[in-house]
Ligand binder design. Structure first.
Ligand code: SF4
Length: 124
């Protein structure tokens, strides 16, 4: 496992942390937990991070608890694009927070849709 190998696989090493999930773990809940962490860690200097991360957290919380709406997925995609763009914030915390969300939407899109259409978390 190194930077080049992971880069060729379409990802990034980041902090080198690896999270392994079994098939009973809700990916929406997992990314919700990560965004909660990043929102808590925000120093509050930049608006997209200070306001955007708690907002993103709330959207994910609604989806995870069965209150999600179909348009929430577009909202998350917009948040990823805006908050995730380096230069829109002073440091890399907020763009870094968008990386796991972007990956979760890419690889677990069906799980997000299932939460919204079913009005509940299918893993609970
Ligand atoms: S992006 Fe960095 S500098 Fe800006 S509010 Fe977040 S933690 Fe602070």
């Amino acid at each position: 496992m190194d930077y080049n190998v992971i880069g060729k696989a379409g990802s990034r090493m980041g902090t080198g942390t690896m999270i392994i999930l079994d098939d009973q773990t809700c990916p929406v809940g997992m990314v919700l937990n990560l965004i909660r962490f990043f929102a808590h860690e925000s120093c509050g200097f930049c608006t997209p991070c200070r306001e955007g991360l708690p907002w993103t957290h709330q959207v994910l919380l609604d989806i995870e608890q069965g209150r999600g709406q179909p348009e929430d997925l577009e909202t998350l995609a917009y948040q990823i694009k805006y908050i995730g763009t380096m230069g829109n914030t002073h440091c890399a915390l907020a763009p870094g927070a968008m990386e796991p969300l972007q990956s979760a939407l890419k690889y677990f899109y069906y799980d997000f849709k299932q939460h919204i259409t079913g009005g509940r978390c299918p893993y609970h």
